[in-house]
Design a binder for this molecule. Structure first.
Ligand SMILES: Nc1ncnc2c1ncn2[C@@H]1O[C@H](COP(=O)(O)OP(=O)(O)O)[C@@H](O)[C@H]1O
Ligand SMILES: [Mg+2]
Length: 434
């Protein structure tokens, strides 16, 4: 079973771009995640109607590759053309520097990059705001730039409220990707992050969506964001539905720029089935298949067989897990995990507390070192904590489904197992949860 390579030069360009951009590419078809969109829409509606929503923020959590960035991009795309909602798209890093935050915010309103750095209002004449937003009176009369005003200790929201004249019917949706990167060490960050969560933003009506790894609420809580937000139930991203993956694949095969044609229906069905099964509908793995197929075609292979496609997926996952596990310096924490598993048996859930206890008492690890490894594990996607993260008994689970499958059943034995055994033999029997 195979697919002929009929690509033309024109197709090659499109396929090349798919290969090059890799994971950073916007999905050509965004699917699923309806609940997130419904939640956000509902809360925006409340904010619009009441001037203030009960919760002014929403948190999205998920392991690497589960599609958080894609959801935020899709939210931005949804509201960019809206009459009254203005998306402001940032990463957690932007919050660490107030001037970056103010700059990006102003940029989203249609004022150029020179906004924060110019010296007099003159520099901004001619830069037009969008959606009816203009430069404010306060800014016009001030001789100080926004950065200078921040440097004098003026709070971020006061500067923004003063600089921008925003009609009262406009709302902002502030999308903060990689929100786990916020750092508690910056005082100003507290101002920004707290008010983003609590809606204390002066005249500006702001709804915030934070997205990040499974300790995002913990990190936000560390910088003082209200428990109402950090304690609320986040949207959790993981696998897509089979029917959604099917839609993505249909789009892939019929995408006119990629040049697939005349592929027999049964061939397509077999390819799709294999991809759905082995990717376990995990967004990043799915994307890797499409990228891999594109790469093969560009390299000039006369045809792609089903075996080759499966090999591509397998190679990707092995490399990916190797990378994931390489980035964690397990040390004796790995031993403690093993010990914990030995006591509890494979397939059981266990808690961070139990592992920590063993790591401390049996292996003499310090709290600090344990926390470091623990956070590395979360950040690299080896496991995640469950919803009850505030409680001591945080359940650990391996969130990426095929990693979980590999670790718990060793289904795809051979090379993967060898590699994993090399790097972290302890995790081979990690629990399979959910
Ligand atoms: N809902 C979705 N529909 C289609 N493709 C998706 C979807 N979510 C993610 N992807 C694809 O999966 C890959 C990883 O997604 P990304 O948003 O970068 O994950 P994260 O930010 O959680 O690490 C990307 O290549 C993206 O194109
Ligand atoms: Mg991301």
């Amino acid at each position: 079973m195979h697919i002929e390579n009929n690509v033309t030069d024109r197709n090659r360009e499109a396929l090349d771009s798919l290969v090059r951009k890799g994971d950073r590419r916007e999905p050509f078809l965004f699917v699923g995640r309806d609940a997130v969109f419904e939640d956000v829409e509902k809360q925006l509606w409340e904010l619009r109607e009441a001037g203030r929503s009960l919760d002014n923020a929403h948190v999205i959590e998920g392991p690497p590759g589960s599609g958080k960035t894609s959801v935020l991009r899709e939210l931005r795309n949804t509201y960019i053309h809206s009459e009254d909602v203005l998306p402001v798209h940032l990463t957690g890093n932007h919050l660490n520097h107030p001037s970056q935050f103010v700059g990006t915010f102003a940029e989203s309103c249609g004022f150029g990059n020179n906004f924060v750095h110019g010296t007099t209002q003159k520099a901004y004449q001619g830069t037009l705001g969008i959606k009816g937003i203009t430069l404010g009176v306060g800014y016009g009369s001030s001789k100080l730039t926004p950065v200078e005003r921040l440097q004098t200790g003026e709070p971020v929201w006061s500067v923004l409220n003063n600089c921008l004249e925003v009609p009262s019917d406009k709302l902002f949706i502030v999308l903060i990707d990689e929100a786990q990167r916020v750092r508690a060490t910056y005082e100003d960050l507290n101002d920004i992050a707290i008010s983003l969560g609590d809606g204390e933003t002066g005249q500006l009506k702001v709804f915030t969506v934070f997205s990040g790894l499974s300790d995002t609420r913990q990190k936000l809580s560390d910088v003082g964001v209200s428990p109402r937000i950090t304690g609320s139930k986040p949207s959790r991203l993981s696998t897509l539905q089979e029917s959604e993956v099917q839609l993505v694949l249909d789009e892939f095969w019929s995408h006119s720029q990629f040049g697939f044609h005349d592929i027999p229906a049964n061939t397509l069905a077999a390819f799709n089935q294999a991809i759905i099964e082995t990717s376990e509908c995990y967004p990043r793995h799915l994307q890797a298949y499409m990228r891999g197929i594109a790469g093969e075609l560009v390299s000039g292979t006369p045809r792609i067989t089903l075996e080759r496609v499966l090999e591509i997926g397998h190679e990707f996952r092995v490399d990916h897990y190797e990378d994931v596990l390489d980035r964690v310096d397990f040390g004796e924490y790995g031993e403690a995990l093993t010990e914990c598993l030995r006591q509890r048996g494979t397939g059981e859930t266990f808690t961070a507390y139990e592992v920590k206890d063993i790591a401390k008492t049996k292996f003499g690890m310090t709290n600090e070192r344990i926390d470091t490894v623990f956070h590395q594990c979360i950040h690299c996607g080896v496991f995640e904590v469950d919803d009850q993260y505030e409680k001591v008994k945080r359940h650990l689970q391996v969130p990426i489904p095929s990693l979980r499958t590999h670790l718990s059943t060793g289904r795809d034995r051979k090379k993967t197992i060898e590699l994993l055994r090399d790097r972290c033999r302890h995790l081979l029997s990690a629990p399979c949860h959910g």
